[in-house]
Design a binder for this molecule. Structure first.
Ligand code: 7GP
Length: 827
C-alpha cells in the first residue's frame, strides 16, 4: 500500500518536472526569443520565471474570482515600504515545486543556485518596517486571508552600497532596469490624483455650504500587481504598487498655447513622485516630495478600494466598514484618514458624523518606533500648500476631538489640549501624524510587549485615558518559509526528518526538537550543518571582500540598519578591547571569532557613516596584524540586503541584539537568527525579552541596563565621563581612536565616535553598558569551548522560537484588530 503511494508520488513529481522543463524551453523560445544553445543564465532565469508564472497566474485568477464571488471582507495593508528581496525561490517553495524546478534545470544542465543569483533584490524598503510588511503579506496569503498590500512602485529602491577606502558610497538601485518578471501592469485600473490648488466655498441651490477643491495638478497612478503566493495553499494575493505618471489630459491648454517647455517640466515632476525611496530609516524626511508620495499612494489605493466596493454595492455605503479594514504601517500613510473623509463628505455628500463613523471602523495603526526623530510632523504651511482641502478636514477632526473628547474629560485644561492637539503650536505650526493616526483609528498597536507598554505609558498616555480599549500589542514575527526553509535547506531537511515536514506552517512543532537537545547524534548533525553553512559563507566573504576567514571560528553577526541606538559602536569597542588584550598579552586565550557586520547608513547620517568607516579601518588593521594570529577577523559585508541576509543568517553562531533598552521597538533579525540556531547576545529590549522567555535564561546571553534602569539613569543625570575615568580599559580604547593607529598619518579620523560618547553625552548609554556587554561576551566565549553545551543551546534556540512566526502575528491581528475570516480558494 505504502509502496504504491510512494511510487505514485514519484510519478507525479516526474511529470511535474517534465512539464516544467517543457515550459521553460517553450518560454526560452517564445517569451525570451532565444535558444538553448546560446541562452545566458539571465535568459534561463527569465524563462523559468515565465514557466513558474503559469501556475502563479492561475492561482491569482482563482483567488480574485473567489474573493469577488464571496464578497469577502478584506484587509488592506498600507505601507510606504515593502522589502521583498528576491521572489524566485520563495515562489517555487510556496508552490511546492522547488525540487521539481531544481531537477528540471539540472536536466537542462543548469544549477538552480546560479539562476537564483540572477535576480535583483526588490528593495523597496529601508529595514525592519519594510521587511515586516513583506513577511506579513506572505503569511496572509498562506493563511488564506483576503488581503491586498498597497504601496509605491519605486523606480529606485534602497541605494546600493559599496566602500571606497572604508567609506560608504551610495549608488542608485535601478532594480527593474531590464524588467521584472513578477509584475503585471494594470492600465485598466489607472487612477487620477489631485494635488495643490485652492479650496472654494460655494452654496448650492438649497443654500448648503460646500467646499470645492480646485486642484493645481493632476497625476496619474498606474498600478503594478505583484502576485504573493501562499505556502502550500492555493491563495495568491496581490501587492499593488502605484507608479506616478503625468496625466494624459493634464495641462493640454498650456501645451497647445505654446507652453511646451512648461508642460514638459510638469511631466518630469509628476513622474518624480515614484522615482526613489527615501533612504531614511527612523528619521522623518520632512520633504514636500515625500508628503506627495504618501498622499499619492493613499489616494490611489482608497479609490481602488472604493471602485471595487462599488462594483458590488453601488452607492450604498452601509457595508463599507464591514468589508474594508485598512492597516496603517506606521504614520506614513496617515493622510489616508482625511482623504477618506474628503471622499465621503465632499464627493459622496455624506454627513460628517456618518463619514467619521466609517473612518473609525476602517483604520487601524501600528507604531514601529518611539524615537522622537522618527515621529512624523509636517509643517502646516507645507501641508496647506500641497493638500489645501485636507488641512481643513484635519482642523475639523481636531476641533471635534478637542471639544468632544479632551474638553469633556479635562474641562478647561489648556495644557492638555496643547499636548493632545493634532496641530502642534510653536515657532512653526506642525501637523502631528501620530496624533492623527490615534484619533482616526479604532486600534493602535505596538510590535512587542514592552514596546506596546511604552507606547501607552510614554507616547500616548492621555489617549489611553480617553480610549483604554483602543491600545493593544501584536508581537512581530517572520515567515519561516523564507527565513528557514528557503535560506537554510540543510537545516530544513533535518527538521523535516526530526519533527515532520509541517513545521513551516506550524512552527511550534519545532519544540519537539528540544527533547533531543542533549542527544549527541542530533548535536553532531545540527552543528555539521552550521559548519557547512559557515563554509559557504566563508566563500562568499572571500568573493565579496577578499578576506579569508576560518569556518571553525565563532561567527558573530550584527546585521541591521546602522544607527546609534542599535550600537554597532558598542560591538566595535568589544573588538578593540580584545585586540588590545592580544597586543598586551600575545598568549591571550580566546575562542577565535569572526565579527561580521552588515548595515547601510542613511546617506545624510554623518555619525553612522563615521561608525562604518571606523569599523572598516579597524578591520583593515586587525585582519593584517600577524600578532593577532587569526584570533580576530572583522568583516563589513558591503551592500547588506535581504538576499545577503539569507546567506549570513544560516551561518551565524552569535546574534548581536544590543540596542539601548527601550529603543528597539521589536527587532525581527533577532527572531531569524535564533530560528537558525544562533545564540543571542542582547539587552532586555523589544522582542529580545520575549525570545529570552521562550528559549530560557541559559540559552541567551542577556546584559545591560533594563528599561527602568535606563530611565532612572537618564533622570539621575548620566555622565559618561564617570565610566571613562573608572574603567582603564575603556579609557585606553577610546583614546586609541584619537591616535593615527588605525589611520596611519591621519590622527583623529576616528575621533568622532569618542566625541559623541563623551562630549556628546553618549545618548544611547554605550559606556554604561560596556562592562556588562564584555562580561556577556566572555560567557559566550566560555560556552563555545564546550561543543556539546553550545550545540544544546543552539538547538534549544531553533526549537523554542516557534512563537515568532509571522503566521502567529497575523492571527493576533485577525483576532485583536481585523476580524477577518479565511477564505478557501476554489480551483
Ligand atoms: C522598525 C523598528 O525599529 C524595529 O524594532 C521593528 O522590529 C520593525 O520596525 C518592525 O516593526 N522600525 C522601522 O523600520 C522604522 O522605519 C520608523 O520605523 C517609522
Amino acid at each position: 500500500m505504502k509502496k504504491t503511494s510512494t511510487a505514485k508520488a514519484a510519478n507525479a513529481a516526474n511529470t511535474a518536472t517534465e512539464q516544467l522543463k517543457e515550459s521553460i524551453i517553450k518560454h526560452l523560445h517564445s517569451t525570451l526569443g532565444t535558444d538553448v544553445n546560446k541562452a545566458s543564465h539571465q535568459a534561463w532565469w527569465r524563462a523559468t520565471c515565465a514557466a513558474v508564472n503559469e501556475q502563479v497566474f492561475d492561482g491569482l485568477r482563482n483567488t480574485q474570482r473567489t474573493h469577488y464571488e464571496q464578497d469577502t471582507r478584506a484587509l488592506h495593508y498600507f505601507s510606504l515600504e515593502y522589502l521583498m528581496g528576491r521572489m524566485f525561490s520563495n515562489n517555487l517553495h510556496n508552490l511546492g515545486i522547488y525540487q521539481n524546478a531544481k531537477q528540471a534545470l539540472a536536466e537542462l544542465g543548469l544549477d538552480i543556485a546560479d539562476l537564483e543569483q540572477q535576480e535583483e533584490d526588490m528593495a523597496l524598503g529601508n529595514g525592519g518596517l519594510g521587511r515586516l510588511a513583506a513577511c506579513f503579506i506572505e503569511s496572509l496569503a498562506t493563511l488564506n486571508y483576503p488581503a491586498v498590500g498597497y504601496g509605491i512602485h519605486y523606480e529606485n529602491g534602497l541605494f546600493q552600497q559599496s566602500f571606497q577606502d572604508g567609506r560608504q558610497i551610495e549608488r542608485p538601485d535601478s532594480w527593474r532596469e531590464y524588467g521584472n518578471p513578477w509584475e503585471i501592469c494594470r492600465p485598466e485600473s489607472v487612477q487620477e490624483i489631485a494635488v495643490y490648488g485652492y479650496v472654494e466655498t460655494v452654496f448650492d441651490l438649497q443654500g448648503q455650504m460646500k467646499k470645492v477643491w480646485h486642484p493645481g495638478r493632476i497625476i496619474k497612478g498606474v498600478p503594478w500587481d505583484i502576485p504573493i503566493v501562499g505556502y502550500d495553499g492555493s491563495a495568491v494575493n496581490v501587492l499593488r504598487l502605484w507608479e506616478s505618471r503625468a496625466s494624459d489630459f493634464f495641462n493640454w491648454d498650456v501645451f497647445n498655447s505654446g507652453g511646451y517647455i512648461d508642460a514638459a517640466r510638469e511631466n518630469v515632476e509628476a513622474e518624480n513622485i515614484s522615482k526613489v525611496l527615501y533612504p531614511n530609516d527612523e528619521t522623518d524626511a520632512g520633504k514636500e516630495l515625500r508628503l506627495i508620495q504618501q498622499y499619492f499612494f493613499c489616494s490611489c489605493s482608497l479609490k481602488d478600494i472604493i471602485r471595487r466596493y462599488k462594483r458590488r454595492h453601488g452607492d450604498d455605503w452601509s457595508h463599507f466598514g464591514k468589508q474594508v479594514v485598512i492597516q496603517l504601517n506606521d504614520t506614513h500613510p496617515a493622510v489616508a484618514i482625511p482623504e477618506l473623509m474628503r471622499i465621503l463628505v465632499d464627493r459622496a455628500e455624506m454627513a460628517w458624523d456618518d463619514a467619521w463613523a466609517i473612518c473609525q471602523q476602517v483604520f487601524a495603526y501600528t507604531n514601529h518606533t518611539l524615537l522622537p526623530e522618527a515621529l512624523e510632523k509636517w509643517p502646516l504651511r507645507l501641508f496647506e500648500k500641497v493638500l489645501p482641502r485636507h488641512i481643513e478636514i484635519i482642523y475639523e477632526i481636531n476641533r471635534r476631538f478637542l471639544l468632544e473628547q479632551v474638553e469633556m474629560r479635562w474641562p478647561g485644561d489648556d495644557a492638555k489640549k496643547r499636548k493632545l492637539s493634532i496641530i502642534e503650536e510653536g515657532h512653526e505650526q506642525m501637523v502631528r501624524m501620530g496624533h492623527l493616526s490615534v484619533v482616526g483609528s479604532f486600534k493602535v498597536n505596538g510590535v512587542a510587549e514592552i514596546h506596546s507598554k511604552l507606547v501607552k505609558s510614554d507616547l500616548f498616555p492621555e489617549m489611553v485615558a480617553l480610549w483604554p480599549d483602543k491600545f493593544t500589542n501584536v508581537t512581530n514575527g517572520v515567515t519561516p518559509r523564507r527565513w528557514l526553509k528557503a535560506c537554510n535547506p540543510r537545516l530544513a531537511t533535518l527538521l523535516d526528518a526530526k519533527v515532520g515536514d509541517d513545521w513551516p506552517t506550524d512552527l511550534k512543532k519545532l519544540h519537539k526538537l528540544a527533547d533531543f537537545a542533549k542527544d549527541p547524534a542530533l548535536q553532531d548533525n545540527f552543528m555539521a550543518i552550521k559548519q557547512q553553512n559557515k563554509a559557504d559563507l566563508a566563500r562568499e566573504i572571500k568573493k565579496l571582500t577578499r578576506i579569508e576567514v576560518d569556518p571553525a571560528a565563532l561567527f558573530d553577526v550584527q546585521i541591521k540598519r546602522l544607527h546609534e541606538y542599535k550600537r554597532q559602536h558598542l560591538n566595535l569597542l568589544h573588538i578593540l578591547a580584545l585586540y588590545r588584550r592580544i597586543l598586551q598579552n600575545p598568549d591571550y586565550d580566546m575562542v577565535p571569532r569572526v565579527f561580521l557586520f552588515g548595515a547601510k547608513a542613511a546617506p545624510g547620517y554623518k555619525l553612522a557613516k563615521e561608525i562604518i568607516y571606523a569599523i572598516n579601518k579597524v578591520a583593515d588593521k586587525i585582519n593584517h596584524d600577524k600578532r593577532v594570529k587569526n584570533r580576530i577577523k572583522v568583516v563589513f559585508m558591503p551592500n547588506y540586503r535581504v538576499s545577503l541576509a539569507e546567506k549570513m543568517i544560516p551561518a551565524a553562531d552569535v546574534s548581536e541584539q544590543i540596542s539601548t533598552a527601550g529603543k528597539e521597538a521589536s527587532g525581527t533579525g533577532n527572531m531569524k537568527l535564533a530560528l537558525n540556531g544562533a545564540i543571542t547576545v542582547g539587552t532586555l529590549d523589544g522582542a529580545n525579552i520575549e525570545i529570552a522567555e521562550e528559549v530560557g535564561a541559559d540559552s541567551i546571553a542577556i546584559f545591560g541596563l533594563t528599561v527602568d534602569e535606563v530611565k532612572a539613569l537618564y533622570e539621575s543625570g548620566y555622565n559618561s565621563y564617570d565610566y571613562y575615568h573608572n574603567n582603564p580599559e575603556l579609557k585606553a580604547i577610546l583614546d586609541w581612536l584619537e591616535t593615527d593607529y588605525f589611520t596611519p598619518g591621519k590622527p583623529g579620523e576616528l575621533a568622532a565616535i569618542k566625541r559623541s560618547l563623551l562630549q556628546g553625552g553618549d545618548p544611547y548609554l554605550v559606556l554604561a553598558d560596556f562592562e556588562s556587554y564584555l562580561a556577556a561576551q566572555q560567557k559566550v566565549d566560555t560556552w563555545y569551548r564546550d561543543k556539546a553545551l553550545w550545540a544544546e543551546k543552539a538547538i534549544l534556540n531553533t526549537a523554542s522560537v516557534g512563537k515568532f512566526t509571522s503566521d502567529r502575528s497575523i492571527e493576533d491581528y485577525v483576532e485583536r484588530v481585523w476580524q477577518l475570516k479565511p477564505c478557501q480558494i476554489k480551483k
